[in-house]
Design a protein around this ligand. Structure first.
Ligand code: ZN
Length: 132
């Protein structure tokens, strides 16, 4: 069982199965929401248990996507494609070791200029064809 939490601990969560390799999204919306680029793993919604979900504020960032953050401390936690059966969980919020590395970088055409991508994971200007 993998465990995670926001900075203040008002929201905690568990993931009941091994994580899929995460992606790093460099799009403008992810950068603004997270403060840098957003690295998340896609988790089946049935495998995610959230405690303190009354402390999550959801921001609808596009017609089919909402982003969840802790209303107390502001930690970016979730990227939710509302109509899908999975949810992106922020890798930075895990408290337990994850055992995986970033598998792919996406939307590098919107990357900011102050950093370079320093690993060998494949890079896509928008999104790669699924499955990643
Ligand atoms: Zn919090």
């Amino acid at each position: 069982m993998l465990e995670g939490s926001c900075l203040c601990g008002a929201v905690t969560f568990s993931v009941a199965e091994p994580l899929h390799a995460p992606d790093g999204c460099h799009c403008t919306a992810c950068r603004k929401h997270s403060g840098h680029y957003f690295v998340s793993a896609d988790v089946p919604k049935t495998a995610l248990t959230v405690r303190g979900d009354d402390k999550i504020t959801w921001f609808q960032s596009s017609p089919k996507v909402r982003r969840g953050f802790c209303a107390v401390c502001g930690s970016s936690l979730f990227w939710d494609p509302i109509e899908r059966d999975w949810i992106g969980v922020a890798m930075g919020a895990f408290d337990t070791p994850t055992g995986i590395k970033i598998a792919v970088h996406v939307y590098t055409d919107e990357k900011a200029d102050y950093y370079d991508i320093g690993d060998d994971a494949p890079k896509f200007e928008t999104v790669p064809p699924r499955p990643v």
